[in-house]
Design a protein around this ligand. Structure first.
Ligand code: PAF
Length: 280
């Protein structure tokens, strides 16, 4: 596995590979890797001749400076795991390398970034789009792999490549869960033992919402989830929404043929966790 910290040598290396006819799969990450990330690497390794992963904790997508400071950084372990998973190339740039000068792009994603994460983390998706567009321009992948745990992010990235006409296939990959249902996240390692024990309550709330979806009103489901989360010690509900999977607009009453997804964000102590589940 090759590790590049600078853009120019990485691009020179990748240009040679492309000229020799190899396809490139790309997995962008912020490090602190877990099995969810490694499943993205596995999908890419299966689909492409070469897999590139990036590790960059992107300051532009953190609206909360404390969250950025506390974001776990586990580089040595990440590199070992990437190597074992068959990743070929790691791009690990500094902040200066990624942003040699100030970037002032403002994207228009319409409704997609006005709800849920977009509403509660102003500027977050603009920051994600800035870094992902830059990473796509640097690595020029044929395919790029994103986890469905960040469902709204996935919708933003699909919109980004359409708006900016970036020739890359976006491949959504299923959520990877712990045995007790907790969605894997780099933030899980910040949970205390007691918080980790109660964290699967998020998954149970989503499962409950799914089982109620055909039986009761959206309002009743939302009230029920609210009560479930309230009963979990240290857990606070930031939002629970049932939205149309394409437009991400909140669903008030079910429509025939519409696919709905339940999305949730909670604070467990100081740790913010998100999850989602298709309801039909
Ligand atoms: O999902 C993430 O880890 C990040 O948002 C991403 C896509 C690597 C951009 O920094």
């Amino acid at each position: 596995m090759q590790v590049f910290k600078e853009i120019t040598p990485l691009q020179e290396y990748l240009d040679i590979q492309v000229r020799e006819g190899r396809t490139i799969g790309f997995v962008p990450t912020m490090g602190a890797l877990h099995d969810g990330h490694l499943s993205l690497i596995a999908f890419s390794v299966a689909d492409n001749d070469l897999t590139v992963a990036s590790i960059f904790v992107n300051p532009k997508q953190f609206n909360n400076p404390d969250d950025l400071k506390k974001y776990p950084r586990t580089l040595d372990r990440d590199l070992k795991e990437l190597e074992t998973s068959g990743c070929d190339i790691v791009f690990f740039p500094s902040g200066k390398e990624m942003y040699p000068e100030e970037v002032h792009i403002v994207y228009d994603f319409g409704n997609l970034d006005m709800v849920m994460e977009g509403k509660h983390r102003p500027g977050h998706f603009n920051g994600v789009a800035i870094v992902v567009e830059r990473l796509f321009k640097i690595t020029k992948p044929d395919k790029a792999y994103f986890g469905q745990k960040d469902f709204q992010q996935l919708a933003i990235i699909k919109a980004l490549v359409e708006i900016q006409k970036i020739p890359v296939d976006i491949i959504p990959c299923p959520i990877v869960r712990e045995a007790d249902g907790l969605a894997m996240s780099s933030r899980n390692i910040r949970l205390t033992v007691a918080q980790r024990k109660s964290a699967p309550g998020i998954y149970r709330a989503l499962q409950g919402a799914k089982s109620k979806f055909n039986q009761t009103s959206i309002k009743e489901i939302k009230d029920w989830v609210d009560r479930q989360i309230r009963n979990i010690p240290e857990m606070e509900l930031e939002y629970f929404e049932i939205v149309d999977q394409k437009s991400l607009t909140p669903v008030l009453t079910r429509r025939q043929g519409q696919t709905c997804i339940a999305c949730i964000a909670v604070y467990l102590g100081e740790v913010r966790l998100i999850d989602n589940m298709f309801l039909n």
